[in-house]
Write a protein that binds this ligand. Sequence first.
Ligand SMILES: Nc1ncnc2c1ncn2[C@@H]1O[C@H](COP(=O)(O)OP(=O)(O)OP(=O)(O)O)[C@@H](O)[C@H]1O
Length: 353
Amino acid sequence: MVCLGMAVVSMAKPSFLRAEQPSASDISAATSPGSSSSRRRDIVFIVNPQGANGRTGREWKKLLPYLRSRLGSDCNICESLTSGPSHAIDITREAIREGADAVVAVGGDGTLHEVVNGFFWGGKPVTKHDSKAPRTTSLGLIPLGTGSDFARTFGWTNDPVDAIERIVKGSRSRIDVGVISKEGGDLHYFINVADIHLSAKAGFHASKYKRFGSLCYVIGALQAFFGHQNQDLKIKVNDGEWEVYPKVTALCIGNAQFFGGGMRITPNAHPSNGKFEVVILQDFKWYDFLMKLHKLYNGTHLSVNNVLSRSAFSIEVEEVVGTNSIYVQSDGEHLGFLPHNFSILPGVINMIC
Ligand SMILES: Nc1ncnc2c1ncn2[C@@H]1O[C@H](COP(=O)(O)OP(=O)(O)OP(=O)(O)O)[C@@H](O)[C@H]1O
């Protein structure tokens, strides 16, 4: 982990909280009565240098001088470049335990997803080591990925300068997070959209073609259609009765609205409303997608035949006939196959919005 302008700090013992010396004015502000809010904030930027086929790393380097100029006088800015998949989870947990004021994901939805998972450990939110001085670590985002779908719900652009201004402004909102469980498996968290069957299979294939930019979603979808069959699924919403939904093409559980590089699949979802929007597409053929694709992108597909939307706090999904081949993904990351349970954790993270 590197604190800007300071020495390289070993990952084994992160000390970003101590790495920068406060300036004289900061010391006086911190020691004057009633001035606790003006203490220097510790912000950890977790950067995936390989995001968007390497663009994230290149943009991040160009962004650093601006970041220093906008935040450096008020904050200890720490950067941590990820070394591979899942690294962002560990960095986040360590930063929260050390008492960081904010952890900012710099990259795409995959990086954001890992950072969100780092906010939890053993089924509970991670907390600061020193519980006598509790502090809530906020989540921030500089969207610099291929799809960057989560940011679209808030109308955020891929312009990192806008994202830095949001961090400077520092407004925060409580946001919901989805939790996914499977019998005998670890808990998994998502912030954007979890989805099942065709779209999840398309996402699985798309992830192999990120070098082609947004085109990866088209290639992934074409590959997923190959050999696709709509499947009967059993669904239990809000701990009610099991219901069978015939010929499901895709089932999408939205905490936010967009997936697949800009498709507004769950147009009524919002990460602050305490519930998911569940959208189920049934008996779709390949030509239905051709005819209705524009509606899926602009979010007007809910009135289309064989599209159903409902809100839910929890949903359990199983196959009627077990094939163990129905793909599940969360925030665009492959998660395995059905069955899975999904439920919402309302307002569990403080987000810089
Ligand atoms: N140093 C690294 N080398 C290779 N892969 C990494 C590294 N750090 C993180 N990753 C993996 O890269 C994946 C994708 O990253 P990210 O989401 O930032 O970019 P993207 O896929 O281009 O964007 P989007 O998810 O918005 O389409 C993450 O899921 C993460 O596991």
